[in-house]
Design a protein. Structure first.
Lengths: 360, 150
């Protein structure tokens, strides 16, 4: 104990740690009937940590070429001790991370936490979700199986519809005009270098903003939050968040062990797209919408209208802190509250309907 | 030196700022230009493929199809229920999946978004906006040759 005290003293002398200790000691989390929503961001962070650690493990065996990628993943899941578990956890955790990020985003949205002065937190958060989806999209291709090959063909083809720079973007993403081994090598680079770097920077910014501004309490809950005693971040909130992380770990372990992630068949660039092909669940609502749209709407190609509408919707969602002027008496605007429920109902409805096989 | 006979039109400070700013801008552009060029792969000299041996007539039964390699892209060879042999690009005009022949529908079908094309490659159902590009078919003995363009 004496040695630890001495070490602390030595560090304190050099770094003046007092203000940091004071900050941690005074950091509190408000309590009200919707305080449960404060745990989703941390849970997303937990799955991100799992992704980083299992991703580093997979890097030890994975080979990013069209000739070797599928075989190297096959080697990981069949020969490497616990390889099946590491790979399965990486795939499941990716999905749970997106799910928990969605839960975090919608809870923040419905509490109106995006409003001034937290616009930057909202924007960095939406950008982080975009990066997470980029991780999902690029990582999906890496095992080089049939499903991932066609998902990448379709996904990158959509990029070519972007006005003016579409052709350039397509070549940049694919490393040529077709999806080939060059695409795989590029996606590998994005997945393990570019996206992690951007995510780390943006995540640091997002978390720093939260430390600087503290937790937001919606206007409708201010009374209650004043009445009830806030809990200290260290150790009370951390302990509770720890329980949430343990629940996340339990769910992850159960899913990875009982439903090991499939590898599928090796991609054949000169084979037909197989029947029943689908993207990851978080792209299903876009996928099903594109399937429903007719070839032409008012003389314009259906997919262009569909993707244009999604892009516009995404922009509105991003700009909500500016567009929502709030109500005169305080609190967020009714329109955006209703809009949020419509968006949520659309995404959840289409995703479940797709799983239920409503769209043939 | 600031002149005493009225301020100069361009002060030394603003001239220096301008020079500094432009050289900084030029340095950034000079560094970024190669990066932009680097990320787009060079055009690899490829012999243009105009004619390929796509398959054998004896191995293509009525009401079936097969995918063949046409340069870097896939093509589809179909034999209609009436026995006609036709060839098209196999790249769906919707979002670029590879189509297949469905004997049960007697159509060309894309599994990705349920697009359908008739036996002439015309888009008849689902989201595809354009027909499939048709290729010329020449049968020499048992060999089926496919030619692109005019």
């Amino acid at each position: 104990m004496r040695a630890l005290d001495k070490l602390w003293q030595a560090l304190d002398e050099r770094l003046e740690l007092d203000p940091i200790v004071e900050f941690i000691r005074h950091k509190v989390v408000p309590t009200h009937r919707h305080s449960w929503a404060y745990y989703f961001g941390g849970l997303t962070l937990f799955f991100f940590f799992v992704q980083v650690s299992t991703g580093i493990l997979l890097l030890l065996y994975y080979r990013p070429t069209a000739e070797a990628a599928f075989e190297s993943v096959q080697f990981i899941v069949t020969r490497v001790p616990f390889g099946w578990l590491v790979r399965s956890i990486h795939s499941w955790s990716a999905n749970l991370m997106i799910l928990s990020a969605f839960a975090h985003m919608f809870s923040v949205y419905f509490m109106g936490s995006y409003a001034k002065p937290r616009e930057l937190t909202w924007w960095s958060g939406v950008a982080l979700l975009g990066l997470a989806m980029g991780f999902g999209f690029s990582g999906y291709l890496l095992p080089w199986n049939t499903l991932s090959f066609f998902a990448t063909r379709v996904g990158t083809d959509m990029v070519s519809l972007v006005p003016f720079v579409g052709g350039w973007l397509l070549k940049f993403l694919r490393g040529g005009s077709e999806v080939t081994g060059a695409t795989l090598t590029r996606f590998f680079g994005f997945h393990v270098a570019v996206l992690p770097m951007l995510t780390t920077l943006l995540l640091g910014f997002h978390l720093a903003l939260i430390q600087r501004q503290g937790m937001h309490v919606p206007a409708s809950l201010e009374e209650e939050a004043k009445r009830r005693k806030p809990i200290r971040f260290v150790p009370n909130f951390m302990m509770r968040e720890g329980v949430v992380w343990l629940l996340g770990l339990a769910a992850l372990a159960a899913l990875a062990a009982f439903f090991p992630w499939e590898l599928g068949t090796k991609a054949d660039p000169f084979g037909s797209a197989p029947a029943g092909i689908k993207p990851e669940w978080y792209f299903l609502f876009v996928f099903e919408t594109l399937k429903l749209l007719p070839a032409h709407i008012f003389g314009i190609e259906g997919e262009l209208i569909g993707l244009g509408a999604f892009a516009a919707g995404g922009l509105v969602w991003f700009l909500v802190p500016i567009l929502d002027r709030g109500r005169p008496g305080g609190g967020r605007g009714r329109t955006f509250f209703v809009l949020g429920w419509l968006v949520l109902a659309y995404i959840v409805g289409f995703t479940f309907a797709s799983f239920a096989g409503v769209f043939k | 030196m600031a002149s005493t006979e009225g301020a100069p039109r361009v002060s030394r400070r603003s001239a220096l700022s301008w020079l500094l700013g432009t050289s900084l801008g030029a340095t950034i552009i000079a560094a970024l230009y190669p990066v932009f060029r680097f990320v787009i792969p060079p055009r690899v000299a490829e012999a243009p493929v105009n004619r390929v041996l796509a398959g054998q007539l004896s191995q293509l039964a009525d009401n079936t199809g097969k995918i063949f390699r046409f340069g870097a892209r896939p093509g589809i060879l179909i034999r209609t229920p009436a026995g006609h042999v036709r060839a098209f690009s196999a790249v769906c005009t919707h979002l670029g999946c590879t189509v297949q022949y469905r004997p049960d529908l007697q159509h060309i079908w894309c599994a990705c978004h349920n697009g359908q094309y008739d036996l002439h490659g015309k888009n008849i159902a689902g989201p595809p906006p354009k027909p499939l590009e048709e290729y010329k078919v020449a049968i020499v003995g048992d060999d089926i040759y496919v030619t692109k363009g005019a």
